[in-house]
Design a protein around this ligand. Sequence first.
Ligand SMILES: [Fe+2]
Length: 509
Amino acid sequence: MSFINRSVSPIPTSVTFLFDTTDNGAVKARFNWVTSDMTIHTSVLNYAKKDGFNGTFTETMIGESTPIDQRDLYETFTGQYKNEVELTPIISHKAETGILEPDIEYVYSVGDGGINVTDIVNPPSFRTPAANVNEFSFLWLTDAQGSGKDVETVYRKYEQYTGRAVETAFNNHPDLSFILSTGDNVDFAFDTKEWDAYYNALQPYLYNTPYYSATGNHEYEGNPRITGSWDSIDPYMITAKGRINVPKNGPAYQGAGTNGLEPIVTGAIKQRLDGNTYYFEYGDAIFFVLDYSDNTSNIDETGDQGFSFSSDKAINDQLYWMKSVLKTNKKKWRFVAMHQGPYLGRFAQPTYWQTVTEAFDECGIDVVLSGHDHLYLRAKLMYNNQVTTIPGTGTTYITGGTAGYEFGTLYGQYNNVAETYTEKYTDWVVSSYHVIDVNESGISMTAKGIKMLPIDGITEQQEDHEDEFKEDESGYRSLDVSSEVVLTNTSRKKNLSSWKYPNSPVEKP
Ligand SMILES: [Fe+2]
């Protein structure tokens, strides 16, 4: 195990960046990093083209810092295991580049602009996408969700499972253009050591690879073992949002008004979706990252938690926003990434999701990526909540296998229609990764994970049972019977030019 240094430090950790597309198709890079030294309030991003770099960064951008200190919450915790949690404060730093040139390698450093910075002798680098990307592959992860009694256990789990999955993915697919997670990256979002361990496990790749994530229920909810109940102690996900700097193009920023460029949400919903709901583009594809998990359905503008599947204001606003974006966006392939999906095989009853799946049909969404259940489920092509067989007429919904160690075995338990829509289902798999290839002729996917042997009588993984997890003779195995499964070869692309932008909501005093 690598040495874990968790002393208070002014040096940046948890360094991530992602690409944000501008109107003319060029990209900016949006960076995020954290410091555990609470006196570091300066946020500086230095960068330069790698070609000709002589140790001097040519560009300097000043960002913003936000202290994240939730230690006061601890007094409200009543769970038996609350002492296992580490509510250590951090400072979150965000900064972005100016507009970058296509297909250029840039070196960078982040920190306080002085001595507390990332490596400036051999600085990390990234390459911007070419102007016309015809094909690309990306890594999709979900539900790393590591927890444990102490720092060593948590770091070890993230390294052994999630870190191993990512390392294997990059070894087998060195040209991955970005990483996308569908959430539940941690188990308890207020435990700083879980976030630190998650980003530590991914850090070697995050220095050079854009990283996008959706937020899951474990990014906001409580935990009976710790807080005393599942009730959210921070529905606005301050800790999760402190680790990523997402594009400011979500419902909190656009989708309404005469030109569709005014916020479509207000009040508590705006606060919730600002920083976790957004879109990005890569090549001829657009990715909508939505906030969909149980709690999202609950909130209205005032923060009231009246649960109703039929009046999901926060969900509907996201769907309206998606349509507003697609009114003018012409990308061929359309993805949605959201934590919980309609065809999970466990709790989800697809009939509850009619509003969502109808909107996806209207928007011509080709592929929906979700997580939450820790089991792999690829649904058949779906249209109007029915199986369809004609390419280009339906959406492929996939629940990803866990990138962590805690597998699910509850397929179909609460969902008696699961079999009718299931194309492929596998559980007993951990350390999963999914590589998705996108090109002009279609979208295909390879999914792998470490196989665990089913053990009679065990329906739920117990903690600290890693010794019982066995690989098969060949090591990793494919979740799909064949790798490079074709998800679609025909774009659904729908024309939303007649969609009318909703009126912008008026902020209530
Ligand atoms: Fe979840």
